[in-house]
Design a protein around this ligand. Structure first.
Ligand code: CTP
Length: 402
């Protein structure tokens, strides 16, 4: 998401400056270009050289120091930026931004920027809760500036309170959502995606169930990839993995539960992607209490009955929806997958060979064939499930625009 984005990182003076170093490294790792501006007080906590080395760009501190005569540094950086991030933001800088004060490099540059501004406050609890700080934060938010809520925890002052610099993961998550909100040209803007993930759990009794090897990673990766292309995403899942807050997660366990949720949401869905490994059978009569060994014979038979085929049911009732299925096969990959595509009235199917140990269930890699209703075939070589998800979403976009 941050790849090739130009980020102006403004660092202001609080103890959390050292955490901004790690944030900068994360931006670089994600493929962003970063230029840093610091206040004088920020330089008291961490030497600007650290930011310079990591960003591979000159760090700006003094508004009146111009290393290149062709342009004014504080205007140049604000024009160059796709997004401005103030982290950590002190109560002093927040107050200045709120009132349009431009008395140092950071605040002058922020007054001049047309890029969306994302603020990460970090300060003492009492300073954060002070009425003036809160009023200034409100002013920024009214202006469309995103101000993150600090974390609660152990503060530099030696006691617990609200004001900590948030976890890097949360900052990234919120920053990506903020960028998506500000991007008008994303190809899936306005589309509603419904994605299913994980292996269903079919109860035998209150403490035992039948399930399968699906980790749910592909479903999560598809949900994320669609969201990064601007889609509004709902994920129905049996599995737990990290997910951006803006994706609505609906936890289910059995195939019946998954069916009920998907059936309810289907009408308002534009694209349904079924990556879930739905159990074909469930236990015919679940025991309400734990089955006790003493009360059972040496050999027991558990009777199974068919589960609903969710995808097939949606294929039967679809009107405008674009349906994507997955086919997990151990032989005759393309033939079986194409049969499923036709039988379930799908628009696209992603086939993978689950007999291989280096791809498929429970590993981070996959190799797939993508087949479409109108006989297109794409062979996607072995790569991470995240990459595969991006490619699948790309193919869906192409089909939606065809
Ligand atoms: N699927 C579903 N409901 C089921 C079984 C499968 O919605 N009860 C969906 C899966 O999420 C997947 C597609 O159908 O997207 C194909 O699943 P798969 O297990 O490969 O195929 P089945 O139809 O179950 O056929 P078989 O197990 O015989 O290969």
């Amino acid at each position: 998401m941050l790849k090739d984005k130009n980020i102006a990182l403004y660092v202001t003076g609080g103890i959390a400056v050292y955490k901004a170093v790690d944030l900068l490294r994360t931006f670089i790792k994600e493929g962003a270009n970063v230029r840093v501006g610091m206040t004088e007080s920020a330089t008291k906590f961490v030497n600007p050289l650290t930011f310079q080395v990591l960003s591979r760009n000159e760090v700006h501190i003094d508004t009146f120091y111009e290393s290149t005569p062709e342009h004014l540094a504080h205007i140049h950086i604000s024009d160059w930026a796709d997004i401005a991030v103030v982290a950590p933001a002190t109560t002093n800088t927040i107050a200045k931004i709120a009132h349009g004060i431009a008395d140092n490099f950071v605040t002058s540059s922020l007054v001049a920027t047309k890029a969306p501004v994302f603020v990460v406050p970090a300060m003492n609890t009492d300073m954060y809760e002070n009425q003036a700080t809160q009023a200034n934060i409100q002013t920024l938010e009214n202006r469309g500036i995103k101000v993150l809520e600090p974390d609660t925890g152990f503060l530099a002052e030696g006691y617990e309170g609200k004001g900590r610099f948030p976890d890097k993961e949360r900052i990234l998550d919120e920053l990506e959502s903020f960028i998506i909100q500000h991007s008008e040209d994303l190809p899936l803007k306005g589309y509603k995606f419904l994605v299913s993930a994980g292996g269903t759990e079919e109860r035998i009794d209150p403490v035992r169930y039948i399930t399968n090897d699906s980790s749910g990673k592909t479903g999560y990766a598809i949900a994320r990839a669609a969201y990064y292309q601007g889609a509004d995403v709902q994920l129905v899942t049996t599995a737990e993995h990290p997910l951006p807050n803006a994706i609505e997660k609906i936890k289910v366990s059995s195939a019946d539960e998954m069916y009920q949720v998907i059936d309810k949401l289907f009408e308002l869905t534009d694209v349904l992607v079924m990556t879930a490994a739905v159990a074909d059978y469930k236990v015919a009569s679940q025991s309400k209490s734990k089955m006790k060994k003493d009360e059972l014979a040496d050999k027991i038979v558990i009777e199974l009955e068919e589960n609903p085929d969710i995808l097939k049911a949606m294929g039967n009732k679809k009107d405008k929806q674009f349906l994507v299925g997955f086919a997990a096969e151990t032989e005759n990959l393309e033939e079986y997958a194409r049969k499923k595509l036709e039988k379930k009235n799908l628009d696209m199917i992603i086939a993978n060979d689950v007999s291989r140990e280096d791809t498929g269930f429970n590993v981070d890699f996959n190799e797939v064939i993508i087949l479409t209703k109108d006989d297109k075939r794409f062979d996607i070589s072995r790569q991470t499930k995240n990459n595969i998800a991006r490619i699948v979403v790309e193919k869906i976009i192409n089909e939606l625009n065809a």
